[in-house]
Design a protein around this ligand. Structure first.
Ligand SMILES: Nc1ncnc2c1ncn2[C@@H]1O[C@H](COP(=O)(O)OP(=O)(O)OP(=O)(O)O)[C@@H](O)[C@H]1O
Ligand SMILES: [Mg+2]
Length: 471
């Protein structure tokens, strides 16, 4: 964090100081909530969780070098005490981003936030020092902690914003008001909690409502290929920039194809020029993510060539998203077990087909969660697509939804050995261990709750034989 005195922090959060001999002492290190991350100069934020109470670590973190604790009660060591620690953390983040002078880029959407955020950061850091959300820490605690990790050098702050209901994004934009707001898509994630896609669009669109006007430098970056996102243009006074594959988009891709390795290649068009991109990431869903990143970077003054170079170099920063491992015996494992929705399932299967030209391919798939009434039709369609793409063998893992996957494949003509339904991850691993041959390519993908990464990990070199570990 930028250096702040305890007196200033107490004032900003409306807190009382306790056991602080000298309020002019400064916090010079990071603001952290995990006692193991405390370094000399840190401010430790004590949350009272269900299982662990951060206040119990107060003495230990001060011993480890923390300057003080942000707490909800006096703890016998230097502390700034407030009624509501989460609100105080938010107020501190807001104060710090106001002082920073960095450009804030915020993004939201149903699927692909982290992938896109990681791409934006990898492009923008070619231009200037960039701080961005680690992993998916996109809620009311992770967001301010990320913002507080910025320093005087930081020019760009890229923040992932997640929502589980109306008002969530608005709250996050109050903590860290963005200048650039990006909405990547409106899908079905958490549809049960929201009530429907219209409600999801309502909630995600709070991001563009919060932007400054065009005259004040606000820019809304919207996916032209997604009607519910396109419609958000009417909800903002900011400048609107569209990205997408549609010909009307300001930032678009032409000649999109997958290389033999399953990596997307395309010609990037921006309002100020065009350039060729060949990505290191796998799967065509990354084309949309790359265009979103390109639109942000273009708005921040990068040229098409600079953006294309950065996109072509960008790797995967977060785990289990089309993570490709080549085993010494020539088997390729593609671990995309982080999550799944119909669109990313199709993208992953197409990538598998491209990577597997001339090789035996396996699709180890499990359920896609939160599809409501569409669940049967969507699983059926994925099973059919696996057959149409000529995937060598579909291994459907789990309960009812897995049986729908397999039935779809069966009805599409895969009635021989080409598809199988197994009840759990252990059965999948046993089958694969006995049947994989050198040169095979294996895709592993399902919604988070299925835990298919255990299958992918059990197939990696060095994994112990025998039982699949619990998570
Ligand atoms: N543009 C996209 N459209 C649809 N699906 C995508 C897209 N990009 C990534 N995905 C899929 O969504 C999964 C989750 O990706 P990612 O972690 O980037 O999303 P997220 O929105 O950050 O998720 P979370 O809500 O868990 O934070 C990936 O495994 C991938 O299969
Ligand atoms: Mg995420």
């Amino acid at each position: 964090m930028i250096a702040l005195s305890l007196a200033e922090i107490a004032e900003v959060v409306g807190g009382q100081t306790y056991d602080i001999p000298d309020p002019s002492v400064q916090v010079t290190g990071q603001v952290v909530r995990d006692s193991r991350e405390v370094e000399p100069g840190s401010l430790f934020v004590a949350f009272a969780g269900e299982h662990v109470d951060g206040h119990d670590f107060a003495a230990a973190v001060v011993e480890a070098g923390a300057v003080a604790v942000l707490a909800s009660r006096p703890v016998g060591v230097p502390a700034v005490v407030v009624d509501d620690v989460q609100r105080a953390l938010g107020a501190l983040a807001r104060h710090v981003v106001q002082k920073l002078g960095a450009t804030l880029v915020a993004l939201t959407g149903s699927a692909g936030k982290t992938s896109t955020k990681d791409l934006i950061a990898q492009v923008l850091r070619h231009k200037a020092p960039t701080v961005f959300t680690p992993g998916s820490l996109n809620n009311e605690i992770g967001l301010p902690l990320t913002a507080l990790s910025a320093t005087e050098e930081t020019r760009f702050l890229v923040l992932e914003m997640g929502a589980r209901g109306i008002g969530h994004i608005r709250y996050l934009t109050e903590l860290t008001p963005p200048q650039i707001g990006l909405v990547i898509n409106v899908g079905t994630a958490h549809i049960g909690e929201f009530g429907g896609r219209e409600q999801i669009a309502q909630a995600k669109g709070e991001l563009v409502e919060a932007l400054p006007s065009e005259a004040d430098g606000g820019a809304a970056i919207l996916n032209a290929d997604d009607p519910l996102v396109r419609a958000m243009a009417a909800r903002t006074g900011a400048k609107v920039i569209f990205f997408g594959e549609s010909g009307e988009a300001d930032v678009r891709a032409e000649n999109v194809r997958l290389t033999d390795r399953g990596q997307p290649a395309f010609r990037l068009h921006t309002p100020s020029g065009a350039s060729d991109v060949t990505m290191r990431l796998y799967g065509e869903h990354h084309v949309s993510n790359a265009l979103a990143a390109a639109a942000v970077a273009h708005e921040l003054g990068m040229s098409a060539d600079e953006i294309a170079t950065a996109l072509s170099e960008a790797g995967s920063l977060s785990r289990w998203r089309m993570e490709v491992t080549e085993r010494p015996d020539g088997v390729t494992i593609v671990n995309d077990a982080y999550n799944a929705n119909p669109e990313s399932m199709r993208a992953a299967l197409r990538a598998l087909a491209a990577m597997g030209r001339g090789r035996r391919t396996w699709a180890v798939l499990g359920k896609m969660a939160e599809l409501g009434d569409e669940a049967l039709a969507e699983h059926d369609a994925v099973g059919r697509l696996a057959v149409r793409l000529n995937v060598g063998k579909l291994v459907a893992v789990g309960g009812r939804e897995a049986s729908w996957l397999q039935l779809g494949a069966y009805n599409e003509g895969s009635w021989g050995e080409e598809s199988v339904h197994v009840s759990d991850t252990q059965a999948a691993v046993d089958l694969l261990r006995s049947e994989l041959r050198p040169g095979d390519v294996v895709l592993v993908k399902a919604s988070r709750s299925v835990g298919l990464e255990r299958v992918a990990q059990a197939l990696l070199p060095g994994a112990a034989e025998g039982e699949v570990s619990a998570r």
